[in-house]
Design a protein around this ligand. Structure first.
Ligand SMILES: Nc1nc2c(c(=O)[nH]1)N[C@H]1C(S)=C(S)[C@@H](COP(=O)(O)OP(=O)(O)OC[C@H]3O[C@@H](n4cnc5c(=O)[nH]c(N)nc54)[C@H](O)[C@@H]3O)O[C@H]1N2
Ligand SMILES: Nc1nc2c(c(=O)[nH]1)N[C@H]1C(S)=C(S)[C@@H](COP(=O)(O)OP(=O)(O)OC[C@H]3O[C@@H](n4cnc5c(=O)[nH]c(N)nc54)[C@H](O)[C@@H]3O)O[C@H]1N2
Ligand code: SF4
Ligand SMILES: [Mo]
Length: 679
């Protein structure tokens, strides 16, 4: 007889929403993966991409990796034979042992990111790499590190954001350089729809969230500091500064004040293209408060992204829009806000020498250099699609003497370069904890079926690797059950694994948490540091500046933001998603299109010193003149030309945090001659 059960779990993708999921299981195997109607964020439906992929490629045995593989062909060709776990582990250990014997652990590089954001699968493996003394490719440098550094200077923390539930008490919300309509679809659909406040979107792209805003400041990319300074100019001029707050809780205001005096709205209009009247209106709306300020990750992915984040972060400080109900600044909410003990997960004490990291911007060079890299692990990440300097990186990965291990659910472009591929279990196949980074919840990822074939969850893979290396530290063998219990005990939220997995998630606080309610900031002065000695020590100006990154005199600024149909590169191999994605496209403003003689459907080629990418033109006014847009995430090997948009990414770094300035890419565009029809 058919035995149907329902399992509550959580989506652990790198997504603001952190949706609740219901899995329908029949006779021990998954029948359908659905949204949980009782979950306050997802309210019954998954996003379209996960609805397809979790019922498509992610459970398709033909697509999933089900056994360890050993390379037999040339690196990058994708020719592999299945081997046993025993053989795979033995080979890995044989290749790593001499490096350890040579005391050269730092030449083992490893890159990982948020392929899964569940805690054990995302962080326990670091224990193994700490024990090896490996060099970590600093994960946030591919995504959001400039913002972390900048907000760290000002507030002492970038991971204690506002509680989104505060929206009910706010008068105004600014979304600056984020696109919830793609990156947080349920936040866009419900959180924003239910609001009663004024919504201001500041973004070069008129995306669906900008479309439903009360004000859209459609600025030239890289001109954000001009807008922030002009808003401060208006706020100061019109008496909307909170002088008492400034005096009691900030440091360095007079220094900044001198700078904002000349930054009039009409000056900002010339810098950014945003009408002065709209800047005035936005400043008044925000300044009146209480106001929330959401700084997106897209915002800081530009050459001056650190300064921009710092400039924007001044707004709450001078208007007192922090530390009270309905106010606050948000980048993301880290695990510490739910008392997750990250050191317990990663065991940094296992390192025998100094912590070593490099930036993703340096990865291609480091992998090309045999002195710096003898072995490379890539896990929870698909660098051959997502990382900059794609052509150089691929050449480096072809090095025969670089021993490369890739751990993934799928045979990705990166896996094609591996010597050994290890098959990972998906989130539907093991228990774990999820700490969503927008809403302040704590959630359970609950096993719904066995992993296909010999695939294993990351934690088990790394316990086996440690055993194969004959490492005997007990921390390398801790069971998942023990880690889940310990983490939950330490966070003192009065819930154990059994309870959490039964209900799916908890909201630890009944009422919206007031961000920095005690107005004590973890900065050296304990105040909000408008002027920062730490910034100066790192080579930056004492206060942020109204500097603008000029638009290129020749060529176009290429934005490659998130696609609503993919999660970074994930799902790029799902047949239904691929149909939605169509061919690689590039959006071009009608004015530019006319100048280039391009109409929708034409083939164009994007070029710069890094490479050349063919795409289909879409003439569209969602972007300003001089800007073009092509989404990130396509799988290079599934494209006609074997590359994606990161072929054009020179790996320019931001002014802070050695981070990716991927939205600062400049390209030329040319129309390709229409192929002659032979018909
Ligand atoms: N569907 C989907 N969701 C995702 C992801 C995905 O790939 N697909 N990725 C996940 C990940 S890893 C992350 S980090 C988050 C990212 O979430 P977001 O920060 O929302 O991501 P992006 O798409 O990079 O950029 C957001 C916006 O920044 C804008 N932008 C670019 N340059 C500038 C500028 O100079 N000034 C201003 N003001 N805005 C600018 C872009 O136009 C874009 O609309 O989303 C997560 N969610
Ligand atoms: N041009 C351009 N490039 C960008 C960006 C951009 O805006 N524009 N954004 C950047 C940003 S913000 C980010 S965060 C990066 C993201 O780039 P990546 O981190 O490379 O993201 P994905 O391509 O989704 O790769 C994640 C991989 O993890 C795998 N995975 C999922 N679950 C598990 C698991 O449990 N175990 C293991 N072992 N693997 C698992 C997935 O199958 C997938 O192949 O891309 C960056 N690249
Ligand atoms: S990716 Fe985001 S929107 Fe989609 S199901 Fe997961 S958490 Fe929800
Ligand atoms: Mo990201």
């Amino acid at each position: 007889m058919d035995r149907t059960e329902w399992i509550r779990t959580t989506c652990p993708r790198d997504c603001y929403d952190g949706c609740g999921i219901l899995v329908e299981r029949r006779d021990g195997t998954i029948h359908r993966v659905l949204g949980d109607p009782d979950h306050p964020v997802s309210r019954g439906a998954l996003c379209s991409k996960c609805a397809l992929a979790y019922n498509g490629a992610w459970r398709d045995i033909e697509q999933r990796l089900t056994t360890p593989l050993r390379r037999v062909g040339a690196k990058g060709n994708g020719d592999f034979v299945p081997i046993s776990w025993e053989a795979a582990l033995e080979e890995i250990s044989n290749r790593l042992q001499p490096i350890v014997t040579d005391n050269a652990g730092e030449t083992i590089l490893h890159a990982h990111y948020t392929g899964t954001c569940s805690l054990l699968a995302g962080e326990f493996p670091l224990r193994f790499f700490n024990r090896l003394g490996a060099t970590e490719v600093d994960p946030d440098t591919i995504c959001n590190n400039a913002g972390h550094v900048a907000l760290g200077y000002v507030y002492g923390s970038s991971t204690r954001g506002f509680d989104p539930r505060s929206i009910g008490e706010s008068h105004c919300l600014i979304i600056w350089g984020a696109n919830p309509s793609a990156c947080a679809p349920h936040v866009h659909k419900y959180w924003l729809e239910d609001r009663a406040n004024q919504l201001i979107v500041i973004d070069p792209v008129r995306h669906a969230t900008a479309e439903c805003a009360d004000m859209h400041l459609q600025l030239a990319p890289g001109s954000d500091a001009a807008i922030a300074f002009a808003m401060m100019h208006v706020i100061e001029r019109d008496g909307l500064c909170d002088d008492e707050f400034i005096a009691a809780h900030t440091f360095g205001w007079q220094q900044l004040r001198a700078e904002i005096a000349v930054c009039t709205p009409s000056w900002a209009e010339r810098q950014s293209g945003v009408p002065a009247a709209l800047v005035e209106q936005a400043a008044h709306c925000y300044g009146r408060g209480p106001s929330l300020l959401w700084l997106g990750q897209g915002l800081q992915r530009q050459r001056l992204g650190g300064n921009i984040m710092r400039a924007c972060a001044m707004l709450p400080a001078i208007t007192g829009n922090i530390g009270k109900r309905g106010a606050g600044i948000g980048y993301l909410n880290g695990g510490a806000s739910r008392a997750i003990d990250s050191n317990y997960l990663t065991a940094p004490h296992l390192r025998r020498d100094l912590e070593r990291t490099i930036s993703h911007m340096d990865l291609a060079d480091a992998l090309a250099d045999r002195e710096r890299s003898r072995a490379f692990f890539c896990w929870n990440m698909n660098i051959a699609g997502s990382a900059p300097r794609q052509a150089t990186l691929r050449d480096a990965l072809r090095r025969e003497d670089l021993f490369c291990v890739v751990i993934d659910l799928f045979q990705t472009d990166t896996a094609d370069f591996a010597d050994i591929v290890l098959p990972a279990a998906s989130f539907l196949e093991f228990d774990d904890l999820v700490v969503p980074y927008f809403f302040l919840q704590l959630a359970a990822q609950v096993k719904a079926e066995n992993a296909p074939g010999d695939a294993l969850p990351n934690p088990e893979i790394f316990r086996r690797l440690a055993r194969a290396m004959e490492f005997n530290e007990p921390e390398l063998m801790t069971s998942d059950e023990e880690m889940l219990d310990t983490l939950l005990q330490r966070c003192e939220l009065d819930v154990n694994w059994q309870q959490l997995s039964a209900c799916g998630f908890i909201e630890p606080w009944d009422e919206p948490v007031v961000q920095f309610e005690d107005l004590r900031f973890p900065t050296p002065s304990g105040k909000i540091e408008i002027a920062s000695a730490r910034a100066v020590a790192d080579g930056h100006p004492s206060v942020p500046t109204p500097t603008v990154e000029a638009m290129p005199e020749q060529g176009f600024r290429l934005l490659s933001p998130a696609s609503p149909w993919q999660m970074n590169g994930s799902y790029g191999n799902d047949a239904h998603i691929r149909r939605q994605l169509g061919t690689t496209s590039v959006s071009i403003h009608p004015g530019d299109a006319q100048r280039l003689g391009v109409t929708t459907g034409d083939s164009v080629v994007l070029t710069n010193s890094e490479g050349r990418l063919q795409a289909q033109a879409v003439v569209d006014a969602i972007i300003p003149v001089g800007v073009v847009l092509s989404h990130k995430g396509r799988w290079p090997k599934l494209e006609n030309h074997g590359t994606n948009v990161n072929l054009l990414n020179p790996g320019t770094r931001t002014d802070m945090g050695d981070s990716s300035a991927v939205h600062s890419i400049v390209v030329n565009i040319e129309r390709l001659p229409t192929p002659r029809s032979d018909a």
